[in-house]
Design a protein around this ligand. Structure first.
Ligand code: SF4
Ligand code: FES
Length: 1234
């Protein structure tokens, strides 16, 4: 662990707030190099050495614990300091200090320390669980003497009983006191200490108690020897046998970064990973030790209840039964509940399935918490976990972070120990690990604080950065809506909501909750929430319930319900299930979660799900096929693409997106009341009267009184009126007003992040003649008016109707002309397409159209009889007009129809002149290259050098596996989500038949495996081609050594290659285009081996390779002739039509994506293919093209930034979904400006 470094003294030369120091490199005692560095003021010598990269061995020192200075392993020599070596962990740096870390004196001192430590340390390394990862072992190897001069009896210390989690072998303890300091400083439980003195010192709990801290497992990691070990893990594995998978924990809503160590298909242990923003380097005991539960009571095959008993069945039968039941049940009698561990992908798919089935009965709040789904700021931990350290006051509302989120509690304690941090609590009297001022119990305390009547308000007002944390228990009460609203008001009142600070925090307990709310897994309009669902399930009104891992509900209410349970354990939900669909646990799938801060995190697959269990999103996708529903997702990548459209948080994994604060109050109702009051006053003033505002304070309840009056009043039908027509007229007006809405893309949403305008038209009927439909249907409204006037048998009414109709028709002339202008400028009659067209339109056109917009607005006022156009008819006074004879509900229908028409007119105007719900500025002025859509091609070699240039292309690099990991990490950190890896294989491994291509230990497999295990959540695309592995450099296996390709043999090798790549962890395999039938056969091979989630990118590179010649010349290849023939270097097609046919064939065979390569010359084919197939088409800015741009830029012939930018934008505009480009990192780092 610690390497023996050359002597590297550190010399401090001044004393500012930041200190300069010199470090000098010695070789055999001779000074060879000087360099000047800076360190923060106040660092200790060991910390300063770390800053300059000099390792100093240590046992007791730990950067997150108080300094003890008791092991003396960190001794260094300080020139001009004490004559003996000093403990570098305990001595701060000072001016003029010259430090020697590896002089003979230091070496001797270290050897002496180790010799003393080993006097009593047993030589039981072969049976010690710490073996292989023991600091004492490593440091002794690096710094020890190799022999011991002491021959004493070793002392014996009995084992301590620290509880079921921590095993002890106290003979091995070296008394570094890390464990003692952790429990007293970080965990705050003060449960360990040293008893006895001198040789008899022992680390022990007080009076043989067990350790009760919820963070106790961390002392196992901290112990530098094997004195403290994990009891559940003891003697089960050796560290070198284990493979590692970096992922996140989902057992609470913190999302701690963890490493899963596994052997074969078994998870052996869970360790923390460093994440400064979330868990630093600690994890809770639940996170660390819960893995044993992954091995018991697992659901490993589907079950269906037969004759009252669950019987094992195959997937086909289980899905058939589930689908049949869902199909045969009325949509309002179906419900779905997502549990605490459900991932975002599966919730998204289940929500879509439920929507397609027509049911809005979904809920992810299985505890019934009254969280507000569409107000993100009101349900996340806005301050962030790291942000706690900037707070100076914290108000806990009915929460016990010690149990609900021990990691957050440790942060609170850390902040508390720094001082100047007041913590108060409203709720039960609990034992926290810091001093908490009790304010009381109950919402009345909140009310007092909100009103400023509580003594705590003084502290709140004085705090600079106050925060509050509201727990889930506060949100499951009957009055939780008002509790949440009060908390929101307190946050607003006491300076918690500012541009630079948000102190309003909701602490969740479940990993699935924030993700579920983000996705909108909550009842849609008319849908039932969890409490209503359970109630209706109990009464039999809901007949089928789909439990997505939902176990923490009152299952007794589901006894008479048909339950479909999807989950990974035989938990409570499974016990009452009629169909069980076995899913995957968090260590067995690639899935997305959102933690309590709103941070999107991803789990990685460490081991495969047991038996026939599958990833959860895949189960729902399969079920949708049995239901005959078409969900447009073929792989996880597609589902995640959909997630990206839901909110910006899903695009930036591991980031916290700042949430806009929307007040959590009933202020909207107040606002409506004010508006009503205002409108009535204005109308009253215009009409020189006060208006009928007499009900309630300021007449605010008048509308309710009007509504009640209209409903309960008996309708009067005038004498000799035509009753049928008289009743039909208002209904006609009302219905026509409503059905006009069918074509309005009310929820239309533009996704600009792809650089491509995609519209999600939340519209009932997305017809191509939407504009005409609106005009036609709304014009029919005239008949309602005319019929109303005529059927009333009243001259007044009839004249009023004629006048109203005449007014409408006259203004339709101006409206018609304006509509024609809008249609001509946008080129479409489809309202959804019009939104897209408006976004693409230069802004100045919108400005030019504003005058006609104003005329349009005036015309709409007239059309809808608004002020001042209602005055000629005096419609508001009912003294004249078509509806003069109407009363009660028939009159109300006219009234409602009119309002529906007003809102319709507003929506149409918004689309015509503002581009729908988004302002027209956004796209026209800023066109960004979306980093998400870039794929970084990388070459890997099996040589020694970390980075080598590719032959003939000096600007494109080839990496060793270590180099590859670091460049991929860099790419990931810059926002790139996928890389393509190509092997450059040692010529010794090449052969005629390319056997190395499907060797599971070949270079590319090793590279994929290494990248997947080291870089979290990166997509990998791997080439399926034989040319890197063959001696003849050809893509296929040759017939009799000639240049003819043996198609079937080559395809069978490609299938084997695809399989080893999939097993290595590749996400997308990319077979090149040469062989017939390759896509279908590879798809079948992958499916047969359970790799349905591995996608196929058809590498249609050479379909158009006749145009490729200029690029080949650049890279030194020969130009190909232009004919359809496999005997040449590549398959060539004479024209785009043939290329398009081939692409269609690949799509039909099962390709998930199509590649057009090289991109630049074939923009027309990209465009044609993307228009024609509505299918993800990728473009490749090939090495030759990139090299040309780079070479020309290096010579000053062109501007690299501009040309790369324009070429990538060109691909996007042509319709490419993703682009392979060697400039990906430059774009991601914003070196290529937009
Ligand atoms: S048990 Fe381990 S961590 Fe605790 S004092 Fe002993 S060696 Fe240090
Ligand atoms: S690390 Fe400095 S005395 Fe232990």
């Amino acid at each position: 662990m610690y390497k023996d470094k050359p002597v590297k003294p550190v010399r401090y030369i001044d004393r500012d707030s930041r200190m300069n120091y010199m470090s000098a490199q010695y070789d055999n005692g001779n000074l060879v190099e000087d360099e000047e560095c800076e360190v923060e003021h106040g660092l200790t010598i060991i910390q300063a050495c770390e800053v300059v990269g000099v390792e100093v061995p240590r046992f007791c020192y730990h950067e997150r614990l108080a300094i003890a200075g008791n092991c003396r392993m960190c001794l260094v020599e300080v020139e001009g300091g004490p004559p003996k070596p000093v403990a570098s962990c305990a001595m701060p740096v000072a001016e003029g200090m010259v430090i020697h870390t590896d002089t003979p004196k230091v070496k001797k001192a270290r050897e002496g320390v180790l010799e003393f430590l080993l006097i009593n340390h047993p030589l039981d390394c072969p049976i010690c669980d710490q073996g292989g990862e023991c600091d004492l072992q490593d440091i002794t190897m690096a710094y020890g003497k190799g022999i011991s001069r002491l021959d004493e009896h070793k002392r014996a210390v009995p084992k301590k009983h620290f509880g079921p989690l921590i095993g002890t072998a106290m003979n091995r303890c070296i008394h570094c006191t890390r464990c003692v300091r952790f429990l007293s400083d970080v965990a705050g439980t003060n449960e360990l200490g040293g008893i006895g003195r001198g040789e008899n010192i022992e680390i022990s709990t007080y009076i043989k108690r067990h350790i009760s801290s919820e963070l106790s497992g961390n002392i196992i990691d901290l112990c530098p020897v094997g004195a403290l070990t994990s009891k559940p893990y003891s003697f089960t594995a050796r560290p070198w046998e284990l493979s590692h998978c970096e992922t996140i924990d989902v057992l609470d809503a913190v999302g701690s970064s963890i490493r899963v160590d596994y052997r074969g298909l078994e998870v052996m242990r869970i360790l923390p990973r460093l994440s400064e923003e979330v868990n630093e380097e600690w994890i809770s005991d639940k996170t660390r030790f819960a893995y044993d539960g992954l091995k018991v009571q697992r659901l490993d095959q589907p079950y269906v209840k037969k004759d009252g008993k669950l019987a094992p069945v195959d997937w086909n039968e289980a899905l058939t039964v589930a689908a049949k039941k869902l199909k045969n049940t009325k949509s309002n009698k179906i419900a779905a509940i997502a549990g605490d561990l459900a991932d975002c992908e599966s919730m998204l798919l289940l929500k879509e399935v439920m929507q397609k089935l027509g049911s809005g009965n979904i809920d992810c709040r299985q505890d019934g918490a009254k969280l507000i789904p569409n107000n993100r700021g009101s349900y996340v931990f806005n301050t962030t976990i790291e942000g706690i350290e900037n707070a100076d006051l914290c108000l806990l509302i009915n929460t016990n972070p010690r149990i609900e989120a021990p990691i957050i509690n440790a942060r609170l304690r850390k902040r508390y120990l720094q001082g100047n941090f007041t913590i108060a609590n409203i709720g039960p009297n609990l034992e926290y690990l810091y001093n908490v001022e009790r304010l009381g119990d109950g919402p009345n305390v909140l009310k007092e604080i909100e009103e400023g009547n509580h003594k705590f308000c003084e502290l709140l007002s004085a705090a600079q950065n106050p925060m509050l944390i509201i727990g889930q228990d506060a949100l499951i009460r009957d009055d939780s809506e008002s509790v949440l609203a009060l908390a929101g008001k307190i946050a607003e009142k006491f300076n918690m909501i500012r541009d630079d600070w948000n102190g309003f925090n909701v602490l969740h307990k479940a990993a699935a909750r924030v993700g579920g709310l983000d996705i909108g897994f909550v009842p849609s309009k008319g849908g039932k929430d969890i409490n209503q669902m359970l109630k209706q399930a109990e009464s039999g009104e809901i007949e089928v319930v789909y439990l997505l891992g939902a176990d923490e509900i009152d299952i007794s209410k589901l006894e008479s319900t048909f339950v479909i349970y999807q989950g990974h354990h035989g938990d409570r939900g499974a016990h009452i299930a009629d169909v069980i669909l076995p899913g995957a646990a968090y260590t067995e799938k690639y899935a997305t979660y959102v933690n309590t801060e709103g941070r999107v995190q991803r789990t990685n697959l460490a081991v495969f799900p047991p038996g026939e269990a599958k990833e959860d999103w895949l189960i729902i996708k399969n079920l949708s096929q049995y239901l005959g529903l078409s969900l447009l997702y073929d792989n996880l990548f597609d589902v995640r693409k959909k997630l990206y459209t839901i909110g910006p948080q899903f695009r930036d994994a591991d980031q916290v997106v700042k949430n806009k604060w929307v007040p959590i109050t009933c202020d909207e109702i107040k606002l409506i009341a004010y508006l009503v009051y205002f409108e009535r006053k204005v109308i009253g003033a215009i009409q020189l009267r006060h208006g009928p505002s007499v009900v309630g304070p300021f007449g605010l309840l008048q509308p309710f009184a009007d509504a009640i009056k209209l409903i309960i009043k008996e309708p009067i039908i005038p004498f000799r009126a035509n009753t049928i027509l008289f009743i039909m007229a208002p209904m006609l007006t009302f219905i026509l007003a409503l059905i006009s809405w069918a074509v309005i893309p009310f929820g239309a949403e533009i996704i600009t992040e792809n650089g491509q305008q995609v519209i999600i038209p939340k519209v009932i009927a997305n017809i191509n003649v939407g504009v005409l439909y609106v005009l036609a249907i709304s014009s029919l409204g005239i008949y309602g008016i005319i019929i109303a006037g005529w059927s009333s048998n009243s001259n007044y009414a009839f004249l009023g109707a004629i006048r109203s109709a005449a007014q409408m028709i006259s203004y339709e002339v101006s409206i018609g002309l304006i509509v024609a202008t809008v249609v001509i400028t946008t080129g479409t009659l489809n309202l959804a397409e019009m939104v897209v067209a408006k976004h693409n339109m230069p802004f100045w056109i919108d400005l030019l159209m504003m005058p006609i917009g104003i005329i349009f607005f005036i015309s709409l006022l007239a059309e809808t009889n608004r002020h001042p156009f209602d005055l000629p008819e005096a419609e508001a006074e009912l003294v004249s007009g078509y509806n003069v004879e109407y009363s009660s509900m028939p009159f109300a229908l006219f009234f409602l129809g009119e309002y529906a028409n007003m809102i319709l007119a507003s929506a149409v105007m918004t689309i015509f002149f503002l581009g729908g719900w988004y302002p027209p500025l956004e796209l026209s002025l800023l066109y960004k290259i979306p980093v998400n859509d870039l794929i970084f091609p990388l070459f890997v070699h099996d040589g020694e050098e970390t980075i080598e240039p590719i032959s003939g292309l000096p600007d494109i690099k080839c990496y060793s596996i270590d180099g590859l990991i670091s460049i991929v990490q860099k790419a990931k950190d810059s926002g790139i989500n996928a890389v393509a890896i190509f092997p450059v294989v040692d010529s010794k491994l090449k052969s005629e038949k390319a056997e190395e291509a499907y060797n599971p230990d070949n270079l590319i497999c090793k590279a994929i495996h290494a990248v997947k295990s080291k870089v979290l959540d990166i997509g990998i695309i791997a080439d399926i081609a034989l040319d890197p592995y063959t001696t003849h450099g050809h893509d296929g296996i040759l017939k009799d050594g000639k240049m003819d390709v043996e198609n079937d043999e080559t395809v069978s090798i490609l299938c084997k290659q695809a399989l080893v790549l999939a097993k290595a962890g590749c996400d997308i395999v990319a077979p090149s285009d040469m062989m017939d039938g390759r896509i279908g056969k590879i798809r079948k091979t992958l499916d047969d081996n359970n790799f349905q989630n591995v996608s196929i990118l058809s590498y249609a590179v050479k379909y158009c390779s006749s145009f490729y010649a200029p690029f080949r010349q650049v890279v030194g290849s020969c130009a190909s002739s232009n004919f359809i023939d496999k005997s040449g270097y590549q398959m060539d097609y004479r024209n785009a039509r043939e290329a398009i046919c081939e692409i269609e064939m690949d799509i039909n065979e099962g390709a998930d994506f199509i590649m057009i390569k090289p991109g630049m010359p074939y923009l027309d084919i990209i465009k044609t293919a993307s228009d024609k197939f509505n299918f993800p088409i990728f473009a490749y800015q090939v090495s030759g093209e990139y090299a040309m741009i780079k070479a020309a830029a290096n010579n000053g012939w062109l501007d690299y930034n501009r040309v790369i930018y324009e070429s990538l934008i060109g691909f996007k505009r042509a319709g490419a979904s993703a682009i392979f480009t060697y400039a990906a990192l430059d774009v991601a780092k914003n070196l290529v400006s937009t």
